[in-house]
Ligand binder design. Sequence first.
Ligand code: COA
Length: 324
Amino acid sequence: MKARITGTGSYAPTRVLTNADLERMVATSDEWIRERTGIRERHIAGAGEACSDLAVQAGTRALAAAGLAATDLDIILVATCTGDYPLPATACLVQHQLGATKAAACDLSAACCGFVYALSVADAYVKTGMRHVLVIGSEVMSAITDWTDRNTCVLFGDGAGAAVISASEGEQGILSTHLRSDGNLCGLIAVPGGGSRTPPSEKVIAERMHCIKMKGHETFKVAVRTLEEIARETLAANHLRVEDLDLYVPHQANVRILKAVMERLGLPIEKVMLNLDRYGNTSAASIPMALDEAVRAGRIKDGSLVMLGAFGAGLTWASAMIRW
Ligand SMILES: CC(C)(COP(=O)(O)OP(=O)(O)OC[C@H]1O[C@@H](n2cnc3c(N)ncnc32)[C@H](O)[C@@H]1OP(=O)(O)O)[C@@H](O)C(=O)NCCC(=O)NCCS
C-alpha cells in the first residue's frame, strides 16, 4: 500500500506586481532582477485576502481533481509561515471554509520546505491508517516583505498549492521522503520580531523586524549544496539514476541556484519544472503550485517519476521521490 497524490490544485491572487512596478518602489531594474533571479513578475494578495483564502481556493481545486468531497478528508495540513493569525491554526479556518466536518486540522512550519515536510507527514498518516489527507502550501509573503529592502522585496510572491494524498494499492505513490535541518544556520533567513523572543512593539515595527531579513549570498551557496546532496541521497535510496527521472520539481527561489544544481547533477533543463519567472518565491506554496502546473500541462502523467527538492529558512532542506 502506498500514499498516492490523487489530485492537485493551485491558486494565485489576481494582482500582478511586475519588475517595472518594483523599479518605481526601490533602486532596482528589470534587467538586474531577471539576470540575478529569473523572476519577471509575482502575484500579490489583495487587501483583506489572507493565507486561508488562498489555501481554500487551491484546496477546492485539488479536491475536485481527486474527485473527492471535503467530508472525505481525515486531516488537513497547511504548510505556511504567513498564517492568518498566530493562533488558531490556518488549517482550522480552511477546514471550516471547505466544510471538511470529519477532518482534523493543523499547520506545519518549515518555511519553504513546508510542503515537502507536510507531504512526508501525510505519507506516514496514510501508511498508518488514514485514507485521505489534504496538504496545502499557502503563503502571503507580501505581508512579511520589507517593501523598502531591494535585497529581498524583489524575490517573493503570494500563492497556494494543494495536493490530496490517498491510500492506494499498487506501486504508484510516494516512494520516499527525506527531511533535514540545521538550526545553526537559523540566522540566514529570519523574521526576527513579533514572536515570543521579541514580541510586537513600536521598536519591532520601526526597525521592520516583523519582515524577512536574509543573507542572500550565503543562502545561495548553502541552497546549491543542500539541493544537490539531498537529490543524490534520494536517487540512491531508490536505486535510481538522474536519467531515470521524468521531472524534477524544485523550490522556485532563484533560477541561478537551480541551474547550478542541474549542472552538478547532470540534469537537462527540459526535465526541470520552472515557473518562478511568473510567481517568484512563494515559499511553502512554490512546489505544489509548480506541481499542479506540471500536471495540468501534461508534463506529469500516470507512471512519471517525479522528484521534489526544497530548501529554506531554518535552515531546512527536503525531498521526495514519487511514482505518479
Ligand atoms: C538575493 C540574491 C538574488 C542576490 O544576488 P547576488 O548575486 O548574491 O548579489 P549580492 O547579494 O552579491 O549583491 C550584489 C549587488 O547587487 C545589489 N542588489 C541587491 N539587490 C538588488 C536589487 N534588487 N536591484 C539591484 N541591485 C541589487 C547589492 O546591493 C549588491 O551591491 P554592492 O555590490 O554594491 O554591495 C541571491 O543572493 C539569492 O537569490 N540568494 C538566495 C536567496 C534565496 O533563495 N532565499 C530564499 C530561500 S528559500
